[in-house]
Write a protein that binds this ligand. Sequence first.
Ligand code: SAH
Length: 252
Amino acid sequence: MPWLRRRRRDPMSYLKDFRLKPWKGACNSAGDLSPAEHEAARRSMIETQLHRRGIHDTAVLAAMSSVPRHEFVPVEFRKRAYEDAPLPISDGQTISQPYMVAAMTAALHLNGTERVLEIGSGSGYQAAVLSSLAKEVITIEYRAELAAAAAERLARLGYANAHVHWGDGTLGLPELTPFNAILVAAGAPALPSPLLAQLAEGGRMVVPVGSLENQELQLIERTRDTFRIIVLEPCRFVPLVGAHGWKESLFR
Ligand code: SAH
């Protein structure tokens, strides 16, 4: 069986190969992957974490394929950027699991004409995905350092229709109301009433609601003054703080 026979190689020839293409597919000094490896990891994420779990919206899958998630995580986590998990960013906060980003985005049914409000910019990753699918994204972050870093990152990567605000997102942004879609990226104790008021007629909002430990993802559909609540799935987010969120003294 010739295909089982291995040709003996001069041990030095491996070194020669290495010299010829020293960094192709290899880690750099920061332990990062090559662009080709990030690309392959992203493709695998789309197939195994999203498509196979029921995310079939082609526009959402295309947006998730186009956003370089490894640019949104701290350098020490870049190798793990496409794992099926949330990852730490800073200040005890996390970048959400890819599946959750895709599921929340898909629930909004965006068609490219919307003004979207996101509460909890974090790394800016979810805002980048939304900005590929909507006309404009306004994202509010409570923690100043995260807000500044997300604004810098989104601008550097060319997401010109995503705008970061620093402040308490549970109050929304009355001066820019109404919003066609609202995505809350932190766990709320109850539906924040200012956000319901700022949702446009026919608008959709996704928000995790529940305890500090566990929440359910709720989709709210507004028809005139009626808000229909559809429970989507169980989820786990860091706490939403602020006037209509949790008191920080409860978990700090
Ligand atoms: N969407 C983010 C992940 C969000 S993590 C991403 O793609 O990386 C939740 C974020 O919500 C944290 O950054 C936290 O600081 C922020 N947050 C919590 N309460 C908030 C509030 N009241 N207003 C705005 N941001 C809030």
